[in-house]
Design a binder for this molecule. Sequence first.
Ligand code: GLN
Length: 245
Amino acid sequence: MADLTLRVCALYPDLLSIYADRGNLQVLERRCQWRGIAFEMTTAAIGEAIDPEAHDLYYLGGGQDRDQRLCADDLVGRKAQSLRAAAERGALVFGICGGYQLLGRSYEIDGDLIPGVGLVDAITVREDGPRLIGNVAIEVELPGMSEKRILAGFENHGGRTQLGSGEHPLGQVLRGHGNDGRSGAEGVLRGSVIGTYLHGPLLPKNVWFADWLIATALPNAAPMAALDDDLEEAAHAAAIRAAGL
Ligand code: GLN
């Protein structure tokens, strides 16, 4: 497996990375390395183009409204075409919270529209009412998996996301708010494009999902070697308990 490399492109890592979202990248790196899979990370800041052919996974973390605004014009103006081309060839595009919102069509705050790249049919609106905050657990059924699994994490968003009728959520809310606090839907899964509100960061609490991402991004890596996950499984169980399950 030594000739395998997971090639990740992190978009705006200085602006879109709250609640330790960069920990997601560290988990991917470690779990690859422990299996003898090389890990290569490229970053793309404002003003930098991305190569639609060069990466297996394109990553956008969460962000404050102000920082999302800074990224949005660049994302739409400079990177959207490449990101779409990457998704069309099956590369994973993975957005967390603010990054997820930017994968949709738009994020509206007080009548001001922050544009998204429209890789998924979703709109986000900052409504009156409290932010949606707290521990969250969702049930997911992913391609290639024989059983439903739980993702547990933490959410903190003012935006409420509505999926278009043709879109599928990433999972169903068991505890917490999810996309909008009403629909029971959480995140989005459209082909190789994945969005979720779960931070915390997500992958250290759900290493099975990190492995699913690696295996999906690198089909030749399967079957992946099992790792000693006692600590990781304890973290997963603690996150599920924290969500109240
Ligand atoms: N700024 C966005 C919101 O409040 C996303 C927040 C986040 O990434 N945690 O809805």
